[in-house]
Design a binder for this molecule. Structure first.
Ligand code: SF4
Ligand code: SF4
Length: 214
C-alpha cells in the first residue's frame, strides 16, 4: 500500500491563490486506509475550503485513482461539476494526482505527500519493509530486506556497530542483519547467511519505470 499524509494546511492554502472553486477527488484504497484521502477526509477538506470562502462544486472518492482509465471514467461521470471548478484537488498519492492531471484540462492541486510502500502494523501504523529496488534479494535474506531495514543499506552485514541485536544508528532499531540471521536460523537455513550477496545492479531501477505484461 502507498502510505501518504496530508500536506500542511498552510502549504495547501498557498496553492489556493486565485482559485475560487474546487472539485475534490479522494481515493477509496490506500489513502482511505491511511486516513489521508478517504470519504471522511474529503468531507473535512470540503469543510475547510468552505470556511475559506471557496466553493466546492462536487466531490468523488474513486476506487484507486492510480488506475488511469477508471479515473477518466469517473471524471466523465461528474463532467459538469468538474467543469464548474477552477481546480481539482486530489487527495491521493502522486500516481492518483498524475491520472487526474492527464485526464483533465483543469489545474490539479495534490493535497497529499506520498511517503513509501508500507506494511500495516495496525490501523494507523505503517512501516516501510520494501523500498522497491527492482531486483529483490529476499530469497537470500530470509524474507527480510536489508536494503530497506538497514539504514546503511548494507547487502552483507552486520556492520561493526551492531550491539545486542540493535542498530548503531539508533539503538531502538533492530539491526536488519540480526533479524535476517534469526529468520534464517528459524527456517533452518543458517548456511545461507555466509553467502556473499553481490552488489545490486542499480541500472535496473530506472525512472520512469514501466511493466507491460502483454
Ligand atoms: S530487495 Fe528489498 S527493496 Fe528490493 S525489492 Fe526486495 S524487499 Fe524491496
Ligand atoms: S547495525 Fe545493522 S542495521 Fe544498523 S547499520 Fe549496521 S548492519 Fe545496518
Amino acid at each position: 500500500m502507498i502510505i501518504s499524509k496530508q500536506k500542511p494546511r498552510e502549504e495547501l492554502f498557498e496553492q489556493l491563490d486565485g482559485v475560487n472553486s474546487l472539485f475534490l477527488i479522494g481515493c477509496s484504497a490506500c489513502a482511505t486506509e491511511c486516513k489521508s484521502g478517504g470519504e471522511e477526509e474529503v468531507f473535512e477538506m470540503e469543510e475547510w475550503l468552505t470556511s475559506l470562502g471557496k466553493a466546492v462544486t462536487g466531490s468523488i472518492v474513486i476506487d484507486s485513482p492510480c488506475n488511469i482509465n477508471r479515473t477518466a471514467r469517473d471524471l466523465r461521470s461528474q463532467r459538469q461539476q468538474v467543469e464548474e471548478a477552477d481546480a481539482i484537488m486530489v487527495l491521493a498519492c502522486g500516481a492518483g494526482v498524475h491520472s487526474v492531471a492527464i485526464k483533465s484540462n483543469k489545474r490539479v492541486i495534490g493535497a497529499l505527500d506520498s511517503l513509501f510502500l508500507g506494511n500495516t502494523r495496525r490501523i494507523g501504523k505503517f512501516e516501510e519493509k520494501c523500498s522497491l529496488c527492482g531486483t529483490c534479494i529476499l530469497n537470500e535474506t530470509g524474507g527480510i530486506c536489508p536494503a530497506t531495514l538497514c539504514p546503511k543499506g548494507l547487502l552483507n552485514g552486520p556492520c561493526g556497530g551492531m550491539e545486542e541485536g540493535k542498530c548503531e544508528t539508533d539503538r531502538d532499531l533492530d539491526c536488519a542483519w540480526h533479524l535476517i540471521y534469526e529468520a534464517l536460523k528459524q527456517q533452518g537455513r543458517k548456511n545461507v547467511f555466509t553467502r556473499i550477496v553481490p552488489p545490486k545492479d542499480w541500472r535496473k531501477k530506472k525512472h520512469p519505470d514501466s511493466l507491460d505484461t502483454d
